[in-house]
Design a binder for this molecule. Structure first.
Ligand code: ATP
Ligand code: MG
Length: 343
């Protein structure tokens, strides 16, 4: 029996965003579809390219990485490469990231294009699968054309939240790459329950959650449509219950954190500070304005941070998928960005 003040949590790691469950339930058909695109590489043919799209926190990255893990167990003849285009948003950075994965150390004083020559040389003895995650964050897409032209046997998997935005960015892309499209839909309530209940069983001691609390957590996660939010909710509810010395996590613990978890999709980072929350609120009320206009409003409302800090906070919110920031070229004040709140 649990004594008051004892830990309810057995293994907190299981609730971390980067924890990889062994099986990716409810995404079997999408994983098969991705595997089908890769299959021709086993016969030394070119694979099909594919665009994976869907909203945030619904297993896109997880499912793609899972296919890659299985591939690595299957063969040494296909080289898998994973690049997050948020962190590596130019062709040069993408090239560096790939070189690093190929254990190629002599990258200094080389231009992006030279690095790609090295990459092609290395890869053309085998086949390669490239996953470009968050592809909509890439500032140029030259690397895709390069791979398409120079790597003999390859398969490119692009992952994005915004299918249309990507094609707007470069209309030639679709025709050049002949992209198959795989949509990830939001999980149903039953699927959400299947995923969260399994995590609760791994992360907490038996009996640490009341049935009502489990049901409420699943229902709220389903409404948010984002498993990442759901996992954060489980973690925070567990912590709240522990801090109160409760014997179990009850619905009241979830209610307490719900206002905070509302679209708290925070990719691996900690809670938002007060000022960032204020900025988010401001943007919610003033969608579509430019960053300069928003900064003026921010100051009018008593905000004291300098523009640079303000802008950095907007970028953090964008990265965590609270906002959509779009560049506008050649407005009356030169290039600027507009900001939208994401529901
Ligand atoms: N079917 C599933 N089984 C177990 N865990 C899951 C499943 N789907 C998603 N998750 C978990 O939910 C979290 C979010 O998943 P993932 O990172 O794949 O989202 P995403 O669709 O790539 O979102 P984003 O567009 O924001 O990058 C991860 O911690 C992941 O482990
Ligand atoms: Mg992802």
């Amino acid at each position: 029996m649990l004594q008051s003040g004892e830990s309810l949590v057995k293994n907190e790691q299981v609730l971390d965003f980067d924890y990889q469950p062994k099986l990716v339930k409810f995404r079997e058909s999408q994983q098969f579809a991705i595997a089908d695109c890769i299959k021709p590489l086993f016969n030394s043919k070119n694979g099909s390219n594919v665009l994976v799209f869907g909203s945030s926190g619904i297993g896109k990255t997880l499912a793609c990485n899972h296919v890659i893990t299985e591939l690595e167990q299957e063969t040494d003849l296909i080289i898998p490469v994973y690049v997050n285009c948020w962190e590596n948003n130019t062709t040069y950075k993408v090239a560096l990231c790939i070189c690093q994965q190929l254990d190629y150390p002599f990258t200094q004083n080389k231009k992006g294009i030279e690095l790609f020559e090295v990459i092609a040389e290395n890869m053309n003895q085998k086949s390669a699968v490239f996953i470009f995650d968050e592809i909509d964050k890439a500032e140029d897409l030259d690397f895709l054309y390069f791979i398409n032209q120079k790597i003999l046997r390859n398969c490119i998997v692009l992952i994005t939240n915004y299918k249309d935005k990507l094609f707007d960015m470069d209309t030639r892309l679709r025709s050049r790459l002949f992209l198959d499209i795989i949509e990830f839909k939001k999980y149903t309530l039953e699927e959400t329950e299947g995923i969260l209940k399994e995590r609760i069983a791994y992360a907490f001691f038996p009996e640490a959650w009341s049935n009502e609390a489990v049901e409420l957590a699943c229902q709220k996660t389903f409404e948010l449509g984002d498993i990442r939010c759901g996992l954060l909710m489980l973690k925070k509810a567990g912590k709240t219950a522990e801090d109160e010395g409760a014997l179990k996590v009850e619905p009241c613990h979830i209610e307490k954190i719900l206002s905070k978890v509302d679209k708290y999709s925070v990719k691996g980072s900690s809670d938002l500070d007060k000022e960032t929350r204020d900025i988010l609120h401001l943007i919610k009320e003033n969608g579509g304005k430019t960053t300069t206009e928003l900064y003026e409003l921010f100051q009018k409302n008593g905000g004291t941070s300098v523009y640079r800090t303000f802008y950095r906070k907007i970028k953090t919110l964008e990265m965590n998928k609270y906002l959509l920031v779009e560049k506008v070229f050649g407005g009356k004040n030169g290039n600027t960005s507009t900001v939208q709140y994401m529901k």
